[in-house]
Design a protein around this ligand. Structure first.
Ligand code: ADP
Length: 864
């Protein structure tokens, strides 16, 4: 593929640079120059004239043969070969003469220089070709001359003698000089050939590229032309296919509205009027687009009439008057007191006036003024529409006449429009050979000046309506299509139709309540009252509605009333739908409210933007009522399910924690009853646990323990002997000395106590205290031989309380001892059995302890 490309490029290259002609020229030049140098031979070396004549003749003969065979060469390669051989042959001839004249020392080497220079300029050699041929030429000079060097030629000697030099030295110098020059020239010629070759190739390449681009352009031009034809065809079809159904909607609608098909209820009438108004809007838009297209393609034909502008303007103003009144804008007209005649197409010119007037009305606020001036000059008439509206920025004064151009191109434009009104007006004025321009002061008002030529000579012949034959066939067919309904026939006030987009629709904002099937409150936000009206019509039966005309108002309502869902338009003046959705979703107290955005634009980008803003759903206009309702239902249902789910979750959490509490208290009461069972089982130690608890708490409080820690300790004290449940009663109550086994059995009770309590997570700490209540401060206790502060504090306290009660109460094996004795015993064991610090606190509170024996004695006394 690439090789083919290369080959075709080379062929083109040699063709472009006329290789054949150049070789022919070189041959001819060689055949002319070779004999002409005989003159030089005759002067410089008359003795060798004959020999040189023969040499020159031979070369010319070869050249002639080459010239003859040139016509038989077909490929560029063979042509190139011939070029190369030509140079070598010419060089051979000269070198032979140089050789005969003494080799290196001969001045005839300059003949070689001449040949090389001429060929370099004429023949388009590449680097490789130049290098081969020139090296060969050099060799024809260099090799034969080598043989003469030793013999010191006669010529060398003669030259040396002439300059009075030592022959040997001078001969060498001249030879080196000649060789040096010739070699340098050859090197330069090779480089120059290659540079020139590159330049030529680059030039050709860009030429080829240019040709390719031109070809492509031509191709697209052809395509564009056919597309253009298609567009024309399409527009003429649109004319029929869109306008016809639209007219067929509007015509019966008009009949229905006029009451020809029975009386209408106010709601029906209202709805049908909305349909009619919007039908007109569409019709106007299509007509404008078609007109503009016709004008731009030069297909607009004018039906000229003579019109007196003074009579022409007032009916147009009258048509605008009701709308101007509605907007509280005053209308004025200033005419000269005499008729002002103009030749124009009244239907078209009317569009210009209406467009200017409707813009003036659109952009002038309440209390403003619009004036039309008609002025006559020598050869022209001007009509000026002046308003006191918002004005136009200076840099936009030109561009507003471009198609689709609007001053505030943002999506939040406060005034509806398409940006074709002024483009159409300008085109119409231009076919009339008039001019239109705008002047304005921002914030003060605008002035549109239309200047028309008087007379009719200036009209181009081809724009005049003669039902011209050069129309596309499709259009011609349409023109003769008699079935097409005429707009004028179905629009009662044709002129008012031009201003349909200015009509004010009143929709009372606020709450709409009816008997609902769902009692959800939906907030609808749209700057277009007709859309709000439509929503009311579609949704009022099912939901409570709040209708507002801006996102700002919507946000305020949202904060005050917390509705269940929001339907919000995207493109609105001021805050748009996306900004609204963002504001709602950013607010913690509002973000749960679903927001559905409604937009006329479609496309993935728009959707992504909406979703990014936090909208919950998206619906595009025109929406279908079933779809709208389904989306609303979906969102409401989702929210309801979410709310239900979170309620269920909360209940579940509460129930779980109740259950845990119940379980805990159940366990505790079981364990407590166990503890009292033990106290009961151990006849002698009755109420032991209760007393130990009392003492423990007293000491702990002295130590500053409180809160949960104190509670845990209290429980631990109450349950400290729960492990004794596993010790047989006979052992517990044995009056005599215990055997080793029996003692081991008793010593096991702290561990058992722990294992009874530890299954309940909340009792883990209590279990640890219980396990260690028989540990001793010096590390000789049981079960773990813990030492010092490693023993839990609670256990250290309990150990003292336990010992105090044991000493002061009766045991099967001994009588109860006195309080003083017990205190003394405990002091004696401080630092060995007990923690000295706890002992100190015990001593502070011990006086409040009531020993068991006292109680028992009292009880016995009572019994007695
Ligand atoms: P549109 O349908 O948007 O009104 P036009 O071509 O009629 O299209 O107008 C183009 C733009 O020029 C308008 O959108 C508006 O920004 C600006 N414009 C036209 N007339 C006036 C005016 N009387 N006062 C202020 N601005 C105007």
């Amino acid at each position: 593929m690439d090789k083919n490309k290369d080959n075709s490029f080379l062929n083109r290259y040699y063709q472009e640079y006329k290789l054949r002609d150049r070789i022919r020229l070189s041959l001819i030049l060689s055949m002319v120059l070779y004999p002409s140098f005989l003159i030089l031979d005759a002067i410089v070396t008359p003795s060798r004239l004959r020999a040189f004549l023969i040499i020159r003749l031979v070369v010319i003969l070869i050249n002639a043969t080459q010239l003859f065979s040139l016509r038989f060469l077909k490929t560029s390669k063979s042509l190139l070969n011939m070029g190369m051989s030509l140079l070598v042959i010419d060089a051979c001839g000269i070198s032979l003469m140089v050789f005969l004249m003494g080799g290196f020392a001969s001045f005839y080497y300059q003949g070689l220089t001449l040949v090389i220079m001429v060929m370099m300029v004429i023949l388009p050699f590449s680097f490789k070709e130049a290098a081969i041929t020139m090296s060969l030429a050099w060799a024809t000079y260099f090799i034969p001359s080598l043989f003469i060097i030793n013999g010191q030629s006669a010529a060398l000697r003669a030259v040396a003698r002439l300059f009075n030099l030592s022959e040997e030295i001078q001969g060498w110098r001249i030879a080196v000089n000649n060789l040096f020059f010739l070699t340098s020239i050859i090197i330069i010629a090779i480089i120059a050939s290659s540079v020139m070759d590159n330049v030529r190739r680059r030039e050709l390449r860009s030429r080829i590229k240019l040709e390719e681009t031109t070809a492509r352009l031509q191709e697209s031009n052809v395509k564009l032309k056919s597309l253009d034809e298609l567009k024309t065809q399409f527009f003429s079809n649109v004319n029929h296919e869109l306008r016809t159904p639209l007219t067929l909607i509007l015509a019966p609608l008009k009949a229905v509205l006029e009451g020809r098909m029975g009386k209408l209820s106010p709601t029906h009438k209202d709805t049908l009027e909305t349909m009619q108004r919007n039908g007109y809007k569409l019709l106007k838009l299509i007509s404008n687009l078609l007109d503009l297209n016709k004008l731009e393609e030069g297909r607009m034909r004018l039906r000229l009439k003579n019109v007196n502008l003074v009579d022409f303007i007032p009916p147009l103003l009258a048509a605008v008057k009701p709308l101007a009144d509605q907007r509280q804008v005053r209308l004025y007209c200033q005419n000269p007191p005499h008729p002002v005649d103009l030749t124009l197409d009244p239907d078209q010119f009317e569009k210009v006036v209406f467009n200017l007037l409707s813009n003036a009305l659109k952009f002038t606020s309440k209390g403003g003024k619009i004036t039309i001036y008609v002025e006559e000059k020598d050869r022209t008439v001007t009509m000026t529409v002046e308003d006191t509206g918002i004005g136009i920025p200076e840099d936009m004064l030109e561009t507003i006449f471009d198609r689709f151009s609007q001053v505030d191109g943002s999506k939040s434009r406060a005034q509806a429009g398409t940006g074709i009104g002024l483009a159409l007006a300008r085109e119409i004025v231009l076919v009339h050979k008039g001019s239109i321009r705008a002047e304005s002061e921002l914030g003060r008002g605008s002035r549109f000046i239309v200047e028309m030529l008087k007379g009719e000579e200036h009209f181009d012949d081809e724009v005049l309506d003669r039902r011209s034959e050069d129309m596309p066939i499709g259009l011609r067919r349409r023109l003769t299509d008699t079935n097409e309904p005429h707009v004028r026939d179905i629009v009662s006030d044709f002129r008012r139709r031009q201003l349909v987009d200015l009509e004010k629709v009143d929709i009372e904002s606020g709450r709409v309540d009816k008997a609902k099937i769902h009692d959800a409150l939906i907030l609808c936000i749209d700057d277009n009252p007709e859309v709000l009206k439509l929503m009311k019509m579609l949704l009022a039966d099912d939901y409570d509605l709040e209708l507002v005309s801006s996102a700002e108002k919507g946000l305020a309502f949202l904060k005050a009333k917390n509705p269940d869902l929001v339907l919000c338009d995207v493109m609105m003046p001021g805050m748009d739908g996306h900004a609204f959705a963002r504001a709602v979703k950013k607010d913690e107290s509002l973000k749960h409210i679903p927001v559905i955005l409604v937009t006329a634009r479609t496309g993935a980008e728009m959707l992504a933007e909406g979703m990014q803003a936090g909208a919950d759903d998206y619906i595009s206009k025109p929406f279908d009522s079933t779809e709208l309702k389904a989306r609303i239902r979906g969102q409401l249902r989702l929210r309801q399910m979410e709310a239900e789910l979170s309620l269920v979750n909360r209940n579940l959490r509460m129930r779980t924690s109740d259950l845990v509490d119940q379980q805990k208290s159940l366990f505790l009461s079981t364990v407590k009853s166990l503890a009292s069972a033990i106290d009961a089982k151990d006849g002698y130690t009755s109420h032991h646990s209760t007393r130990v608890t009392e003492f423990t708490v007293k000491i702990a409080k002295k130590m500053g323990i409180s809160g949960k820690e104190l509670g845990d300790l209290e429980l631990a004290a109450l349950l400290h002997d729960v492990g004794k449940i596993a010790v047989p009663e006979s052992v517990l109550n044995k009056p005599g000395k215990l055997t080793d086994e029996e003692f081991e059995l008793i010593k096991d009770h702290p561990v058992r106590g722990e294992s009874i309590l530890s299954p309940v997570v909340e009792l883990k700490e209590i279990a640890r205290i219980v396990r260690s209540h028989h540990e001793r401060y010096d590390g000789t206790g049981y079960p773990d031989k813990l030492k010092g502060r490693v023993i839990p504090l609670g256990s250290r306290i309990m150990a003292i309380a336990d010992t105090y009660d044991s000493i002061t109460s009766e045991r099967p094996y001994r009588r109860p001892a006195s309080h003083r004795f017990a205190v003394k015993e405990i002091i004696g064991c401080s630092g060995t059995q007990f923690d000295p610090e706890v002992v100190a606190h015990f001593l502070e509170t011990a006086s409040t302890f009531v020993p068991n024996q006292g109680q028992d004695q009292e009880e016995e006394a009572k019994k007695a």
